[in-house]
Structures are given as structure tokens and as C-alpha cells.
Design a protein around this ligand. Structure first.
Ligand code: XLS
Ligand code: NI
Ligand code: NI
Length: 439
């Protein structure tokens, strides 16, 4: 492994110093080689740095232009900036010690008016990424296509009213899957950018759904033709930028995948802030996905409870992260997925070193969460209370209902005999107290 020292010359490799450390550029809990529940922390958590927020974020918001010009963005031409930015990305990820990165096609190379020219520039950057992956050992968690920034996508991509735009989106997805495959990506994400609507006055919702499904079927066919074995994911989000996004939440994505015969080809990439935008908790979305064999990967961030939008903040809420890791551990852990920091610095965090503080905070939070979740499972008191709550279903009657063997007449006979009037306490407060004891 070789390492460059150009873009963050004042930061050395971040190491684990333990919980007594006062060094803000060290891990207090993330100890990559430490074993928890039979695996290293590195293998459990599979931390990933995203290109768009980490390297391309400028702090711009709907009320103001960018206010953070990172040194790697300053160059004479766009391709030079692209090369510098990618060098800075791999230097950052290597110094942080995260095993993975991820990107959109348009994050890493500029877009021109001509698609063939755009693809050639993308290929040049993919060659560069290939060399950097080789020299640093950093791997690709997933790739994706940006089908929402360019004005052509104002009405969606797969759900655009324009067939030309649909074809352009298909071409972009085709290429993005190919380059992801070339870089050995472990997955490919479909976040539905502008796949949704602003008003039903101008929207044929049924037809748009059919078109979106067609695009996904085409992607599955192309994946198979290429021999790409990475996992496809859909990333649910209920709104923003569209008023209503079709991939609303885990449950609506599940219905869509079932209806269109796609369920065997996709898992979900659950994002914390999208869960809360949908009126759910992060844990709810993860639990739904895990319970239906759809839990694939995670975009680890958080919203601000006082703001109603996708603020994409770095995850530092230990309780939230612990509930997430409980679901991940109980479902057997990640295989192709990981914890991707789809999170951006706040507008007033303007120093490149803030990127380190942000990621270190997120990694330490999830490392602690992993240890606490493991303790909760080992200890078993919460699981035991859950088991007791359903214990009547372990009876002969319960088993026969679950197996589909009990008739309405048998249930009636049972009800006549038992005349049930109440059930046992749900013990919520006791369980909340027990949970607090682990923190
Ligand atoms: C936006 C999404 C996006 C996806 C990748 O809200 O989270 O960043 O993760 O296209
Ligand atoms: Ni995301
Ligand atoms: Ni988001």
C-alpha cells in the first residue's frame, strides 16, 4: 500500500487510542481488528466514505451558494480538478482507515453535452480509480448513476414524461453498472432522485410506475449479461426533491418489487434521515427490511428533529445507532452492504480537517453501538421479555394456527372455553429501563 500526503498534509493515519484519549484525531471506540460477536469491527461495520458529500460538498443550500472551496477543487480545467479530487478522496479514505468508498458517475467526472464524450471522461477517471484502489487497498461498496441533477431529469428519469429522457437514463444506468463492475463494486444503488411527482394534475402515476419497473428490469437483464454479481439496492425516500417519491419507504418499495416481479433481484439501502422523513424511525425501516429478507445496506446519517428535511448530518446519536446495530446483528450482519456515511459537513464547517472529525465521530458512534448491541443480545433480558410476550403462540393451538391448520370452528370452540378478558402487561417501562442500563 502506498499513501499520498498531498491534500491532508497535517493529518496522519487515524489510529485507535481508546476511550481515555483526548486526541480528536484518534478513534476512542473504533478498533478495526477488535473481535465482537465472532468478527472484527472492520468486517461488521464495513464503513464507507461517499464521494459526493465528502469531496464535492460545498456547503451550498437553497438560500446560499457554496462557502467552502476545498483545495482539490481548484484547478485550471475540469479534468485536472477531477483527478485532484479523486487523489484527495483516496488519501482521505486511506488515512481514515475506512475499507470502502462509493460514488455517482457524475461525482467523479464532468458531464459534457455529448454522451459519448462524457463516457470517455468517465472511463479516464475509472482507470484512475482502478489504479488508486490497487495502490491503497480501498474497495468499492457500490456505484450509482446521478439521474437527478441535470435539467433533463426535472420530470424524473425512469418516470420522465419524455421517452428520450428515459432512453438517456437507461444509457447512463448501463454505463454506471459497467464501470461499477469494472471496479469490483459489491453493489449498485438505485435512489429514485426525481422518480415521483409534484402534482397529480399532470402525472399518470400508473404509467410512470410501469416505466420505472421497465428500467429496473432492463438493468437486471444488463447485469446478468455482464456477469456482474454485485447486489442491486433500492434506497427508499418519501419526498424531496419531489413532493411525493414513489420509493416512499421500505414497505412501499417491497410492494413495488413484488408487483413487478423484481423482488429476487433487489435488496434495500436504508437511510436514517429518509426513514424519519417518512414518519418512521430508522429502526422501523431496518426492522421491516430485515423481517422480509430485504436488508442490504445502510446510509448512515441523521436528520435534525427540529427541521423537516434531509439534513444528512453525521450520525452521533448513540441510542439510534445502537437500535440500528441490534437489527443488523440479529439479522446476521452485512454481506455485500455496509455503513455508508451519506452525510455532509454543516455549512459552517469549512476546514478540510472537519471531514476527519465528522467521520471519526460517526465511526466511533457505530463502534460503540455495535458493542452495546452485542451486550444486549448476550445478556438476553430484553429478548426474554419479548419471548414471554408471545409465549401463548408456542402452545398447540398457536402452532396449529401458524401452520395454517386451525379452522374457524376450532377457534370458536377455544374462545367459548377460555372467554379471554385481558392479556399480560407489555412491560414497556421495564424494557426502557433495562435498555438505559446498557448505555
Ligand atoms: C439523497 C440520497 C442519495 C443516494 C445516492 O437523498 O440519499 O445521496 O444515497 O444517490
Ligand atoms: Ni442516501
Ligand atoms: Ni438522503
Amino acid at each position: 500500500m502506498t499513501q499520498s500526503d498531498t491534500w491532508f498534509p497535517n493529518v496522519q493515519n487515524i489510529s485507535f487510542e481508546g476511550s481515555d484519549s483526548r486526541n480528536p484525531l484518534a478513534f476512542t471506540h473504533y478498533h478495526a481488528d477488535e473481535m465482537v460477536a465472532g468478527k472484527t469491527m472492520r468486517d461488521h461495520l464495513r464503513f464507507t466514505v461517499c464521494y459526493w458529500h465528502a469531496m464535492r460538498g460545498t456547503g451550498a443550500d437553497p438560500f446560499g451558494v457554496g462557502c467552502r472551496l476545498m483545495p482539490w477543487s481548484v484547478a485550471d480545467d475540469e479534468m485536472q480538478a477531477a483527478h485532484q479530487t479523486m487523489d484527495a478522496m483516496f488519501e482521505f479514505v486511506t488515512k481514515l482507515g475506512a475499507p470502502f468508498w462509493c460514488f455517482h458517475d457524475r461525482d467523479i467526472a464532468p458531464e459534457c453535452d455529448d454522451l459519448a464524450e462524457t463516457n470517455a471522461k468517465l472511463d479516464e477517471m475509472i482507470d484512475h480509480a482502478d489504479r488508486l484502489q490497487e495502490s491503497t487497498g480501498v474497495r468499492l461498496l457500490w456505484g450509482t448513476a446521478c439521474l437527478f441533477t441535470h435539467p433533463r431529469y426535472m420530470g424524473g428519469a425512469g418516470t420522465s414524461p419524455s421517452v428520450d429522457v428515459f432512453a438517456h437514463a437507461a444509457a447512463q444506468v448501463k454505463k454506471a453498472i459497467e464501470v461499477t463492475h469494472r471496479l469490483g463494486g459489491e453493489g449498485y444503488v438505485f435512489w429514485g432522485g426525481r422518480e415521483g411527482y409534484d402534482t397529480l394534475l399532470n402525472t399518470d402515476m400508473r404509467r410512470e410506475g410501469e416505466h420505472l419497473a421497465r428500467l429496473l428490469h432492463l438493468a437486471v437483464e444488463h447485469k446478468q449479461a455482464l456477469g456482474f454479481e454485485g447486489q442491486f439496492y433500492i434506497e427508499p425516500k418519501p419526498c424531496e426533491p419531489s413532493t411525493h417519491q414513489y420509493d416512499y419507504d421500505a414497505q412501499s418499495c417491497h410492494a413495488f418489487l413484488l408487483k413487478h416481479g423484481l423482488v429476487d433481484h433487489f435488496k434495500l439501502n436504508i437511510e436514517a434521515n429518509h426513514a424519519t422523513l417518512a414518519g418512521h424511525t430508522f429502526q422501523h425501516e431496518l426492522d421491516y427490511a430485515a423481517g422480509h429478507d430485504l436488508l442490504g445496506s445502510i446510509d448512515a446519517n441523521r436528520g435534525d428533529p427540529l427541521l423537516g428535511w434531509d439534513t444528512d448530518q453525521f450520525p452521533t446519536d448513540l441510542r439510534d445507532a445502537t437500535m440500528a446495530m441490534l437489527v443488523v446483528l440479529r439479522s446476521g450482519g452485512f454481506s455485500t452492504g455496509g455503513l455508508n456515511f451519506d452525510a455532509k459537513l454543516r455549512r459552517q464547517s469549512t476546514d478540510p480537517v472537519d471531514l476527519f472529525y465528522a467521520h471519526i465521530g460517526g465511526m466511533d458512534t457505530f463502534a460503540r453501538a455495535l458493542k452495546i448491541a452485542d451486550q444486549i443480545i448476550q445478556d438476553g433480558r430484553l429478548d426474554e421479555l419479548m419471548r414471554l410476550r408471545y409465549v401463548s403462540w408456542d402452545s398447540d393451538l398457536g402452532r396449529s394456527i401458524e401452520a395454517g391448520n386451525a379452522s374457524m370452528a376450532e377457534l370458536e370452540a377455544h374462545a367459548m372455553k377460555t372467554n379471554v378478558q385481558a392479556i399480560d402487561s407489555g412491560r414497556q417501562e421495564l424494557m426502557e429501563n433495562l435498555l438505559n442500563g446498557y448505555f
